[in-house]
Ligand binder design. Structure first.
Ligand SMILES: [Zn+2]
Ligand SMILES: [Zn+2]
Length: 222
């Protein structure tokens, strides 16, 4: 998620939501890609079909579907991938539908409104994709500690870590507070911490940072 929770630099957050992608060629390897994209396309091949409907060869991960999925994931809502019984498309819940698990789903592709899931769920093609591609579902809390009182006169950007929409590494994901520290416009710290002390001595709380970030994604871009 590119919206910061706190930003004391004079550089504004990127407008709107983009997809942040890290791709590493091997374990612990150097990032070969670490950048923002307007969307990411995942392509299925015959040896590894990605979807229950083998006719679907590619899925576009665009910000609205990634954000809806991420929010449902963070809120621990029941997620699944429901296929339309008429057109066989994987059903995508967005907006309020992604916040409220439901049984009766309206197909955005063909318009049929009589798709029923057994239990109330939020449906996203990303759910099936994540189930297929996730090798390590574990999270570890960062044990690094940061005291910003050691960085007076520096600027910071702060994010809560969020789960990846897709995580295909063998390593667990790291949870914590992600901080960039800038001195004279130069980035001197870029890391994830388990504990962050603010400039005034108070502790930052990961849950509150996350709530602020989610709020910001709802504001229309200026
Ligand atoms: Zn639905
Ligand atoms: Zn349909």
């Amino acid at each position: 998620m590119n919206q910061t929770a706190i930003n004391t630099t004079d550089e504004p957050d990127i407008d709107g939501v983009v997809i942040h992608l890290h791709a590493r060629p091997q374990l612990q390897g150097k990032n070969s890609i670490d950048a923002n994209f307007p969307a990411v396309v995942v392509t299925s091949c015959d040896s590894l079909p990605l979807f229950g409907n083998a006719l679907i060869k590619r899925v576009v991960i665009a910000p609205p579907s990634a954000l809806a999925y991420l929010e449902a994931l963070i809120s621990n809502l029941p997620l699944g991938t429901l296929y339309c019984h008429t057109c066989q498309h994987p059903h995508l819940d967005l907006g309020d539908f992604a916040k409220n698990p439901h049984k009766k789903h309206f197909c955005g592709n063909c318009g049929v409104d009589s798709n029923w899931s057994k239990e109330p769920i939020v449906s996203s093609p990303l759910s099936e994709l994540a189930n297929k591609l996730t090798k390590n579902p574990d999270f570890v809390d960062s044990d690094r500690i940061l005291d910003l009182r050691d960085y007076q006169n520096c600027q910071v950007k702060v994010w809560s870590s969020t789960p990846a929409v897709l995580w295909t590494s063998d390593l667990p994901q790291e949870a914590g507070i992600h901080v960039h520290i800038y001195q004279d416009k130069r980035k001197i710290v870029d890391d994830t911490f388990g504990q962050v002390t603010w400039f005034d001595g108070s502790q930052l709380e990961r849950d509150r940072l996350l709530a602020t970030m989610l709020d910001k994604t709802k504001k229309p871009a200026a």
